[in-house]
Structures are given as structure tokens and as C-alpha cells.
Design a binder for this molecule. Structure first.
Ligand code: PLP
Length: 340
């Protein structure tokens, strides 16, 4: 099977497995695991933040951010297609007791003026706007790199209003590699950031949240409350360190593969393909009279996996375990089935 469902399906490399085997460990709830400390210090440095915390998943990292920034009854502003709104089981409502308020972005990019207008004035009737969430790259929009200028504008508005900003940077590494803008410059435009090590970077488990010392101290307590305080977790932090320090630059290869895939599929008349910016390719299949479900069934028979991303939209995500030859195979097989 050529698995293009997500970049989360990557398996740890030999170097990662070796690092896990050799990891020096301790009890991380006592903050005594040197391998976790090393990972967190490195991540904080790369993101230009005072401190970082290793968490179990991207979802846990985002939710810890919401829990740390907000109080029950507050309101969070975010894009209508944000992962935090669509794909986290309404956990900001279920766990933090906050109300999401969505803004319809354009390919994942919110209009700063609309964000400004949505910040609540001080009034006994209103919830308090206590957080703005951004996402870069934007998953649902198709791996879109949100422009730094847009983030700067929103951060300016947020700071003026005294509202913190959290960045869901599950794929911030992809944004940085594609744009040539450093992780720090992106993270500079937010108070806190979450990055996934288990996506394009290929770590088996884990995400990082980063921010001020004070934020991370509070976040550490929320992580413990959620059951995310782990013990000899250096076993997991060691492969994550390998991911963070050796796997970023190679994301360019995934981006090249995504572009190649999009160009190859473009030949099929009736397929509409969204502009590729990073490692995600969105393909609309209504023009060849397929639904996402029927299209996926057919390519699965050819040994290709992708996921539905709407009734007639399919998402392919290039990743470390998919080679250029695999991409050629995918193009050949889709063309054989659908091009006339
Ligand atoms: C994958 C993803 C997450 C969540 O990460 P998990 O580790 O799967 O919980 C959050 N935000 C975005 C944009 C993602 O793509």
C-alpha cells in the first residue's frame, strides 16, 4: 500500500529507534528526565520561546493552551475550518468550558478587520474574548502557508486588545521550509505555539507547546490534570529529538513530491486540484462523476490510500515513507483508471 492518508502514518527511522534504546531517562513528573529536558530546551530555542513542554499529542497541546489561557465562560476566536474547531471533539467546550466563535477565513486566512470586530467589548452581557487561535500551515485549506504579514496584523490587534494568541503549528515546520521564514519569526507573532513532531518529522509520538516560563508552568499542571504527566518518557523524547534536529530540512522533499503528484493528476480531465503549497494535495473529484468515497474505493484497489475531505474532495499527504517512485506509481495508476 502507498499510504498518503496523512503524514502521521510515518514509522520511526532506525536512528529514532536507536535513540530510544539508548535514552537516558528519569521520572519526568519530578522533572528528572534529562532526555525530555534536552528536547524541551532545544524546541524552546528553535521556536524562540522561554520554555517548552513535551505533550502526548497535538490535540493535547492545543487543549492545554486553551485551558491555560482561558476561564470557563470565555470566548475563543478562530477560523471556521480550524483543526481546533473541526477535529478536536469540541474539547475546548467539553474541557475548558469556553465558547468558540468562528470567523470564515479565505483558504484558512482570517481577515484581521473581522478578527478585530469580533473581539468583545467590556459588557456584562458578553463573554470575554480570552484567546485567538491561528493555524499554520492550514490543514483543511490544503496545507496553505498563512502569510507572516497576516499573523503580524492579527497579533497587533490582539495585543492592543490584551488578548493572547495561540498558534496551532502542527505543521509549522512545513510552513517554514516552504516560505523560508524561520520558526522563530512565526512564533514571534503569537504568545504560545504547538508543533507536532509526529507528522512530517516522523517521530512516533509527541508534540511541543512553547511560550513564556509562566505559561509553561501553568501548562505543566494542566498536562498533569489531563493525565499527560508521563514518567520515563525519555524513551519517547529521544526519537522526538532526532525528528526535531534531523528531519526538518527534508520536508522539502515531501513538498516536491506533492507538487509532482498534483502536476501528474492535473492531466486527468475533470479533476480539479487546489494549489499546492506544502505537503497536502486536495483533489475535487465531482468533475469525473465520482464521490470522495467511490474515488477512494477505486484507488484502494490499486494499492493507494488517501482520505475523504468533503463529499467530493480527497486529501493526499506526502510523507517520509512515500518515495518519488511511489508518486510516479500513484500518478500512473490514477491515470490508467480515470484518464481517457
Ligand atoms: C494533526 C493536527 C493536530 C492534532 O495533532 P494530533 O497529534 O493528531 O492530536 C492539530 N492541528 C492540526 C492543524 C493538525 O493537522
Amino acid at each position: 500500500m502507498i499510504d498518503l492518508r496523512s503524514d502521521t502514518v510515518t514509522k520511526p527511522t532506525m536512528a529514532m529507534r536507536q535513540a530510544a534504546l539508548e535514552a537516558e531517562v528519569g521520572d519526568d513528573v519530578y522533572e528528572e528526565d534529562p532526555t525530555v529536558k534536552k528536547l524541551e530546551d532545544k524546541a524552546a530555542e528553535m521556536l524562540g520561546k522561554e520554555a517548552a513542554l513535551f505533550v502526548t499529542s497535538g490535540t493535547q497541546g492545543n487543549q492545554i493552551a486553551v485551558l491555560t489561557h482561558c476561564n470557563p465562560g470565555d470566548e475563543v476566536l478562530l477560523d471556521a475550518n480550524a483543526h481546533l474547531f473541526l477535529y478536536e471533539g469540541a474539547s475546548m467546550s467539553a474541557l475548558a468550558g469556553v465558547q468558540p466563535r468562528t470567523i470564515q477565513g479565505e483558504r484558512g486566512v482570517m481577515n484581521p478587520e473581522e478578527v478585530k470586530a469580533a473581539i468583545r467589548p467590556d459588557d456584562i452581557h458578553f463573554p470575554e474574548t480570552s484567546l485567538i487561535c491561528l493555524e499554520n500551515t492550514h490543514n483543511k485549506a490544503g496545507g496553505v502557508v498563512v502569510p507572516l504579514e497576516n499573523m503580524q496584523e492579527i497579533y497587533g490587534i490582539a495585543r492592543e486588545a490584551g488578548v493572547p494568541v495561540h498558534l496551532d503549528g502542527a505543521r509549522l515546520f512545513n510552513a517554514s521550509v516552504a516560505s523560508g521564514i524561520s520558526l522563530q519569526r512565526y512564533a514571534d507573532q503569537t504568545d504560545t505555539v504547538q508543533v507536532c513532531l509526529s507528522k512530517g518529522l516522523g517521530a512516533p509520538i509527541g508534540s511541543i507547546i512553547a511560550g513564556s516560563y509562566e505559561f509553561i508552568q501553568k501548562a505543566r499542571k494542566w498536562r498533569k490534570r489531563l493525565g499527560g504527566g508521563m514518567r520515563q518518557v525519555g524513551m519517547v523524547a529521544a526519537p522526538a529529538y532526532v525528528a526535531l534536529t534531523t528531519m526538518v530540512d527534508r520536508l522539502k522533499v515531501d513538498h516536491d513530491h506533492a507538487r509532482k503528484l498534483a502536476n501528474g493528476l492535473q492531466v486527468v480531465q475533470g479533476l480539479t486540484i487546489e494549489k499546492v503549497e506544502t505537503n497536502i494535495v486536495l483533489v475535487h473529484v465531482d468533475g469525473i462523476d465520482e464521490t470522495a468515497e467511490t474515488f477512494l474505493e477505486e484507488i484502494k484497489r490499486d494499492g493507494i490510500l488517501a482520505v475523504p475531505f468533503g463529499p467530493t474532495t480527497v486529501r493526499f499527504v506526502t510523507n517520509y515513507d512515500v518515495s518519488e517512485k511511489d508518486i510516479d506509481t500513484v500518478i500512473d495508476r490514477v491515470l490508467a483508471r480515470f484518464a481517457f
